[in-house]
Design a protein around this ligand. Structure first.
Ligand SMILES: Cc1cc2nc3c(=O)[nH]c(=O)nc-3n(C[C@H](O)[C@H](O)[C@H](O)COP(=O)(O)OP(=O)(O)OC[C@H]3O[C@@H](n4cnc5c(N)ncnc54)[C@H](O)[C@@H]3O)c2cc1C
Length: 154
């Protein structure tokens, strides 16, 4: 996909969700879900809020994420990242394209005990990162009650 940054369409142009979905399907290896059922499933998080999203993208890799950001920009569609979806104040539901990292982008890339650095994908489960770090007598500090589901990025 081209990296040239063209000005996005003016805000007055209404979003064409079908065209955005078609572009995403053309460019992504991951899943593109704009059907009513998927949108309903992603309409909420751990809060009481309900906002039906424009659609859902489940990226396979970094290239899918870059393409999604570029296409959403071209179509002026808002974007929202999602990890475990356990947030309590509606942070994770909105009328946006949801980028769900939990399915394919949840790996631990590297733990460097000398430098005390971990490189992870954005959907890595906090407990999985902690278990891997524990082997080096290290841990990752955030400590919500939801460590089995929450992602370390969030
Ligand atoms: C029963 C229960 C108990 C809880 N206890 C605690 C607690 O003790 N302490 C506490 O602090 N919290 C607690 N929480 C809140 C919540 O679980 C934590 O804040 C958790 O860290 C959220 O992680 P998540 O992966 O589910 O994030 P999500 O809900 O998926 O996302 C949270 C926010 O981060 C953004 N985000 C997600 N991934 C990315 C990304 N890759 N890049 C950029 N932005 C991203 C989202 O857009 C959203 O705004 C609790 C929630 C529940 C339901």
């Amino acid at each position: 996909m081209s990296q040239t940054v063209a000005p996005p369409p003016p805000r007055s142009v209404p979003l064409d969700a079908a065209a955005l979905e078609a572009s995403l399907r053309r460019h992504l290896r991951g899943e593109v879900r704009f059907d009513t059922g998927s949108r309903a499933v992603y309409a909420t998080d751990g809060s009481n809020y309900r906002q039906v999203p424009i659609g859902v993208v489940i990226p396979r890799d970094k290239e899918d994420v870059l393409a999604t950001v570029a296409l959403c920009r071209d179509h002026r569609a808002p974007l929202l990242a999602r990890g475990g979806g356990t947030s309590l104040a509606g942070q994770c539901c909105n009328a946006a394209v949801i980028l769900d990292f939990s399915k394919y982008m949840a790996g631990i890339l590297e733990i460097d005990p000398e430098r005390r650095i971990a490189r992870v994908e954005p959907g890595v489960v906090l407990d999985n990162l902690r278990a891997a770090a524990e082997k080096h007598h290290l841990t990752f500090a955030p400590d919500p009650a939801t460590t089995t589901a929450a992602r370390s990025a969030a």
